[in-house]
Design a protein around this ligand. Structure first.
Ligand SMILES: Cc1cc2nc3c(=O)[nH]c(=O)nc-3n(C[C@H](O)[C@H](O)[C@H](O)COP(=O)(O)OP(=O)(O)OC[C@H]3O[C@@H](n4cnc5c(N)ncnc54)[C@H](O)[C@@H]3O)c2cc1C
Ligand code: FES
Length: 304
């Protein structure tokens, strides 16, 4: 993608004044409050990825911290640090919170040494949510790669809960290998409840008879009834999202019908430290879910 010209720069300045692109729910109390949560269940998902269920130690925490699909919490491992992790199930009991975590470094590595009964700290929820209201009456395509399905699973479950309100729903999932397909046991249920699940892998195994190739190929082949009225939401590696968006636009989707979830290192999560700055946006506050037309010029900038 090309470097920005002066038109792009003025577009970026305009974006600084733009209204919020995705809903930022007012569901947070004191953002600095760290609540203790005890591990109640750990489920291995795919190699290096596990889902952790936590219960609040203080039962009064429940209503204050109900998260919307797409939002994230800051999970605190004492002595090591805090990491941003999306809520991966928003339909659990009010006294619980669920996160699917990939082990990549110091803090997430320590989380993989947790056992049932151990306690961590949780701050949140933070950030914008997937625009469920906009989906009403529309066909919706969800495109995700790898761990990107974790924040999208909450959206899938919400779409299923009010299935009648939406048009055709397609979920396109890409993974490195069949073993890396997250939440596989849930796909039959999603299919039977009105979400067409399509999967593809980069590398097949001997028993795999499904699609092989990048997830963009699924989007290229997907039948769209009315592209101009179709919404697309995407989450995964940034390069995957860029090509997904390019493909969506080439298929006739409009810029203001595309949302993406962007990740940057988070520190404060309340828009004060600047760690997550993305042009005029703070991704902890204005994101992580953003509408494409309002970050388009920034996504074409390789190095700000
Ligand atoms: C809004 C948001 C939601 C997120 N949701 C999830 C989630 O649901 N599940 C999940 O597993 N992770 C999620 N992440 C990513 C997670 O925050 C990082 O993996 C985590 O901060 C790494 O911390 P660490 O101390 O274990 O690794 P570090 O020691 O900090 O880093 C280890 C290695 O991982 C790389 N790394 C660090 N952060 C990221 C990142 N964000 N993306 C890619 N590589 C990274 C580093 O460059 C380094 O090479 C999310 C991030 C954001 C911003
Ligand atoms: S993490 Fe501090 S401004 Fe976003």
């Amino acid at each position: 993608m090309s470097e920005p010209g002066s038109d792009d720069v003025s577009a970026i300045k305009q974006q600084a004044k733009a209204v919020t692109q995705a809903p930022v729910p007012e569901n947070r109390g004191n953002p600095w409050q760290v609540d203790a949560a005890v591990v109640t269940e750990i489920r291995d998902e795919t190699p290096g990825v596990a889902t952790f269920q936590f219960a609040w130690v203080d039962k009064n925490v429940t209503s204050r911290v109900a998260a919307q699909p797409g939002q994230f919490n800051m999970l605190y491992m004492p002595g090591l640090g805090e990491v941003a992790i999306s809520v991966s199930d928003s339909q659990i009991r009010a006294d619980q919170v669920v996160h699917t975590i990939r082990e990549v470094g110091n803090v997430t590595g320590a989380m993989f040494r947790l056992a049932v009964g151990d306690t961590i700290g949780v701050r949140g929820p933070f950030g914008s949510a997937w625009p469920l209201d906009h989906c009403v009456g529309h066909d919706v395509v969800l495109v995700c790669g790898g761990i990107g399905l974790a924040p999208m699973r909450t959206l899938v479950n919400e779409l299923i809960r009010c299935r009648d309100q939406y048009g055709e729903l397609n979920l396109l999932i890409g993974a490195r290998t069949p073993l890396d397909l997250l939440y596989q046991s849930e796909y039959p249920q999603w299919n039977s409840r009105g979400i067409n699940v399509h999967t593809t892998v980069d590398r097949a195994t001997a028993t795999w008879s499904g699609n092989i190739g990048v997830v963009i190929l699924l989007l290229e082949r997907l039948k769209l009834r009315d592209p101009a009225q179709t919404l697309l939401m995407t989450c995964g590696p940034e390069v995957m999202m860029k090509y997904t968006i390019q493909t969506a636009i080439s298929r006739g989707l409009t810029y203001d019908h595309i949302w993406l979830s962007l990740e940057r290192n988070m520190n404060c999560a309340v828009g004060t430290c600047g760690h997550c700055q993305f042009g005029p946006h703070f991704l902890c506050k204005d994101g992580p879910v953003l509408r494409f037309d309002q970050v388009q010029a920034l996504m074409e900038v390789t190095d700000l």
